[in-house]
Design a protein around this ligand. Structure first.
Ligand SMILES: Cc1ncc(COP(=O)(O)O)c(C=O)c1O
Length: 382
């Protein structure tokens, strides 16, 4: 079996992640931050260590401003529903995932103005259009760091300058970039960063986070959930303290312990090295696919402009046929269709059929890529 679906969730997970999860359940499985006994304290420590590891990884000054969530979708909902009010203006792009667009479309019905900036047909962002759209009075600029369909990277530092010049905050959906390239929230000027823990960070499903930068006034944000936090239990009002305000209910301690191990693994291996290795694989994939007659590779071909997420179509074959045959005939697991990003496919001209998406990860080898290319070639011939 060759797993090329790391953009959906990474697999396999490093053994360290599995060990941390078993260790948590066997030895530290109390309810973090609730009781005063040793298992609760140890569980609380495991969760805090993950928060701290994420803060160090992303250069977040205050670990308490790392809100632990169940996935990137949860983090994006906390950010968007928490910040935006009727009358606010938000600028976003045409290549966003539904985890960004669906909350925005719901907010639009409540009176938030949503401006969608188009991208070029290769999904690179039209920066002149973006600059025009970010007018003074814009409350939020909300963009993904990389497309989950074409892998295109958006120029976040430049977008941050435009947003801040207009007095807006910048929210970045980094589901496809955290853990696969070096990312420094302070250097890039990101105010809110939402991401999954189960993709590039190699943690288990059920993990993600939202970083609130220093410019974000958390007291003005409404929490999506309210409930028990283990703190200020005398009050029936939701506490304002961070991260408790946004972390009601028993946290996913076992998975967060696994995420902490994933973050440590990624840091030890080195983000620059992971990025370099994945881009070697992606370049070989793009070159090889482009050389197969009838294959169209979508997105920018220059590897500096993308992450290792490669979408393509094969002439005269439906994407579902290609996906099924890759799995059944060659044991190659990938994702086909719209990838929860219909706007990206409208931009590419691949709506509603979608594309076949290959997403190598840190455990993919050049032999895997060669096998995937042979398998596509076989499908074309037969
Ligand atoms: C760009 C992007 N944003 C958001 C998400 C949602 O992530 P999660 O499944 O962790 O909620 C994904 C997942 O594929 C994604 O690729």
């Amino acid at each position: 079996m060759i797993y090329l679906d790391n953009a959906a969730t990474s697999w396999p997970k490093p053994p360290e992640v599995l060990r941390a999860m078993v260790d948590f359940l066997e030895h530290h499985g109390g309810n973090p931050g609730r009781s005063g006994h040793r298992l609760s304290i140890e569980a609380g420590r495991a969760v805090y260590e993950t928060r701290e590891a994420l803060a160090e990884l992303l250069n977040v000054a205050d670990p308490l401003r790392v809100i632990l969530t169940f996935n990137a979708t949860h983090a994006l909902n906390i950010a968007l529903l928490g910040l935006l009010r009727p009358g606010d203006r938000v600028v976003t792009t045409a290549i966003e995932h539904n985890s960004m667009m669906r909350p925005l479309r719901a907010l639009e019905k409540d009176g938030v103005s949503v401006v969608v900036v188009p991208s070029a047909p290769d999904t690179t962002l039209d920066m002149a259009e973006l600059a025009r759209a970010i007018q003074p009075g814009t409350r939020l600029v909300a963009v993904s760091h990389a497309s989950n369909v074409t892998g295109v990277l958006l120029p976040v530092a430049e977008i941050s300058r435009l947003a801040h010049a207009a007095g807006a905050l910048l929210l970045v959906d980094a589901a496809q970039t955290v853990g696969v390239l070096p990312l420094d929230v302070q250097a890039l000027g990101i105010d809110l960063l939402a991401f999954s823990g189960h993709k590039g960070l190699l943690g288990p499903p059920g993990t993600g986070a939202l970083v609130l930068g220093p410019a974000v006034d958390a007291s003005a944000m409404k929490p999506v959930l309210r409930g028990g936090t283990g703190s200020r239990s005398e009050s029936q009002e939701q506490p304002e303290d961070l991260p408790d305000k946004f972390e009601s209910g028993t946290p996913n301690g076992v998975c967060l312990a696994g995420l902490g191990a994933g973050v440590r693994y990624v840091r030890q291996r080195g983000l620059a090295r992971i990025r370099e290795a994945e881009m070697r694989l992606a370049s070989a994939l793009i070159r090889g696919l482009a050389a197969i007659p009838g294959v169209t590779v979508h997105g920018p071909l220059d590897s500096a402009q993308r992450v290792a997420v490669v979408s393509f179509i094969l002439a005269e074959r439906s994407v579902s046929e290609v996906g099924l045959r890759l799995d059944e005939e060659s044991g190659i697991l990938c994702r086909v269709g719209l990838h929860c990003a219909p706007g990206t496919h409208r931009t590419l001209g691949t709506f509603p059929e979608g594309t076949v998406r290959f997403a190598p990860g840190p455990f993919t080898t050049m032999d895997d890529i060669a096998a995937a290319l042979r398998a596509v070639e076989r499908i074309r011939r037969q």
